[in-house]
Write a protein that binds this ligand. Sequence first.
Ligand code: FE
Length: 241
Amino acid sequence: MADTFDPKALWSISYGLYVITSLSDDKLNGQIANTVFQVSADPPRIAVSINKDNLTHEYISKSGMFAVSVLDESTSMPFIGLFGFKTGKDVNKLSQVHYKKGVTGAPIVTDNAISVLEAKVIGKADAGTHTIFIADVVAAEVLRKGKPLTYATYQEIKKGKAPKNAPTYKGPHAEEEHVKAEEGKEGKMQKYVCGICGYVYDPAEGDSEGNIPAGTSFEDIPDDWVCPVCGASKDEFSPEE
Ligand code: FE
């Protein structure tokens, strides 16, 4: 590594947020990816980078097909958590959302999607932990008006974290820095961190999606409350230092 290596330079690269779905015979799965981009216009061709450990990677490799749902800015954290912080090895993700079967056979998630694409893999590049799948777009549809969710909005406004398998995962140290940067604001009630996904519960903000009003201490949250990002139970949380 060169002497001048500031990882923050990488953090300023901008991305969107997408659900990538695929199939293996009659099994369906999907995951969140921030790395979809158009490679060429003629023919319309895209690429996506997928972690080799993920079930969706296995399905795309087998079927050679995948679908992309471009998420709207209003997408809720539990929805992102379902696809981003849970594995299809444990959870049937597609059973919990609306989707339609596309021409490729891949399930196309329509919840929260502004537009959807289907793609047929024509090549791939081994990128170490990830494979970059290059694919021809064989179907494309705009479902509704909206504003595409960006990765920056996901992180800043929704307080989303990168799962360990994401190409943009910054490591535990970066999450600590983020939390430290958040301190110094008014309200000194103890923050709690989800041990699964890194979501920070801030009593000053509460959790509107979980009906927890601002000003509620972590101790006063009902026991059946779950992490808005990954669905972990309250006992997975520990005090932020
Ligand atoms: Fe969590």
